[in-house]
Ligand binder design. Structure first.
Ligand code: A3P
Length: 301
């Protein structure tokens, strides 16, 4: 890490809902080399956890990333999550879905933020929500400490689900635009790296080499083939129990349901021209043209 002093934005609010409790970060004992992986949701979080896990463990196929890399602000994490992280002797990899203004950050930790077009995110989350099992609802709605309304079952019509998400700023989860815009605003900090789902799809090796460089991890050339294989869609789907949250226990069909299709654009045959115009106009209004372009394409950073 360079010796430059990094001025981080100050946390200005808490974010608490059926999934999240941002207060957990307030007294978090950071280590200097912590890696934090952040996304809105359904944007390649697990993929990036696997990528960083494979870089840290130099391609070890037995690493169960879901077990070592907790979503710290998920309010229903086991109570011993802090102890688990404290006991880890390897470089720690921690997941968050918080926007920057609700996240206590460390100038020493490194942050990787992954963007994905909101339409792909909603298509992915609709599948996630529609396959959530009774344990998912029980954990989110019945664990003491719930702030705000519980989460109910999804609208089975994916187009309507999307339009409601757009109209109600992220409903039934959290604001998409706040998440994207706050991370975009800090994209030039030296300990922050923005990445995009579309770019991981287009050039996994190039993106992974850039992530390794950002994290200052040296990988012997001979390890790359195994590392890349373990981050491919096919490998992750075949080993979904090692990578999906809770090993997939909260989904009908298990982890393989969670690692679903791994492609973008599934909304193209469903949304109308008007729906797309509304989404694209809202993106520009909320984010500005430069960020909206990056979010839609992965280009222009
Ligand atoms: P789909 O539901 O569109 O298939 P998150 O981990 O943030 O919840 O993101 C989940 C999405 O990432 C799912 O998208 C999942 O299939 C996709 N994904 C996970 N691993 C992947 C990989 N190796 N290649 C491509 N997509 C992957």
């Amino acid at each position: 890490m360079p010796d430059t002093v990094i001025e981080l934005p100050r946390k200005t609010r808490e974010l608490q809902n059926h999934h999240m409790d941002s207060t957990v970060w307030n007294d978090f004992p950071f280590r200097d080399d912590d890696v934090i992986i952040a996304t809105y949701a359904k944007s390649g979080t697990t993929w990036t956890q696997q990528i960083v896990g494979q870089l840290v463990f130099k391609g070890d196929p037995d690493v169960e990333v879901h077990a070592i890399s907790p979503w710290l602000d998920l309010r229903v994490m086991p109570p011993d999550t802090g102890a688990l992280l404290e006991a880890q002797t390897h470089r720690r990899i921690i997941k968050t879905h918080l926007p920057v203004d609700a996240l206590k950050m460390s100038p020493k930790a490194k942050y990787i933020y992954i963007g994905r077009d909101g339409r792909d995110v909603v298509w992915s989350f609709h599948h996630h929500h529609a396959n959530a099992n009774a344990l998912w609802y029980q954990l989110l709605n019945e664990t003491p400490g719930l702030v705000g309304p519980p989460i109910g079952p999804p609208d089975p019509d994916v187009r309507r689900y999307f339009l409601t998400w757009l109209e109600r700023d992220g409903y039934p989860i959290w604001s998409y635009w706040d998440n994207i815009s706050t991370w975009w605003a800090i994209r030039d900090l030296p300990n922050v790296k923005l990445t995009h789902f579309a770019n991981l799809k287009a050039d996994l090796e190039g993106e992974m080499r850039a992530i390794a460089e950002f994290l200052e991890i040296d990988i012997p050339e001979g390890r790359w083939p195994a590392i890349l294989e373990h981050c491919s869609f096919e490998w992750m789907k075949a080993h979904a129990g090692k990578v999906a949250p809770l090993g997939g226990a909260i989904f009908d069909g298990g982890g393989e349901t969670f690692i679903n299709k791994g492609v973008n654009g599934r909304w193209r045959d469903v949304l109308t021209e008007g729906d797309n115009r509304l989404y694209e106009q809202t993106a520009v209004e909320k984010l500005g043209p430069e960020c909206a372009h990056w979010l839609a394409t992965g280009q222009g950073l």
